[in-house]
Design a protein around this ligand. Structure first.
Ligand code: HEC
Length: 170
């Protein structure tokens, strides 16, 4: 057999084998006490719609999976985004972090969207409905700022500052 044929066969075999290995889905029906809704109240319907379309797939415990999640290695790639996204910000478990972190995260949401960092570009290629209009962005910012105001009114100023990382040892 020619070498290129052998290589092609190995690749095909590998692709077949990995189809049997799928990461666990990020789909939980349990509403945690630390869910942003439980702590900061119901999300206005228009903002909820924006979050569902543009953010929740990677920033909650409930992802709506596309059909191509059935194909490997795509499922690993998507799972990586979800796990990493949730590590940085998880609306389903929002209030488990320090109050300073929650306060900062709401600011980060505004900044990320303003700078075009979020939603991820790769997500927008397929989810065209996640492209937000200027008016939708303003609604999202207003909601983030309202939560920041709630936090600010409730907690002393020094609890809102993220602790500085200790300086790196040289
Ligand atoms: C396709 C998955 C995906 C979608 C959709 C998505 N994010 Fe993210 N998000 C990530 C990943 C992955 C990270 C961590 C890596 C990074 O910062 O690029 C992240 C990080 C973040 C962070 C933390 C940034 C920091 O400074 O640590 C914020 C805030 C954020 N996203 C907000 C949003 C908002 C708001 C939306 C909706 C408008 C959104 N994301 C949509 C995947 C996603």
């Amino acid at each position: 057999m020619k070498l290129w044929k052998k290589i092609a066969l190995v690749i095909i075999a590998a692709l077949v084998i990995i189809q049997f290995f799928h990461p666990a889905k990020n789909q939980s029906t349990q509403i945690l006490a630390t869910d942003i809704v439980n702590v900061y109240g119901p999300i206005p319907a228009d903002v909820d719609d924006i979050l569902k379309r543009a953010c929740n797939d990677c920033h909650t415990n409930n992802t709506r999976y596309p059909w191509y999640n059935n194909i490997q290695p795509v499922a690993w790639w998507l799972d990586n985004h979800v796990q990493e996204g949730k590590q940085h910000l998880n609306f389903s478990d929002f209030a488990s972090g320090k109050i300073a972190r929650q306060y900062k995260r709401m600011q980060d949401c505004i900044e990320e969207v303003k700078e075009g960092g979020m939603p991820l570009d790769s997500y927008l290629w397929i989810h065209k409905d996640a492209i937000l209009t200027a008016a939708e962005k303003q609604k999202l910012y207003a909601w983030c700022n309202a939560i920041r105001d709630t936090i600010k009114a409730k907690y002393p100023d020094d609890s809102l500052i993220m602790p500085k990382r200790p300086p790196q040892q040289q």
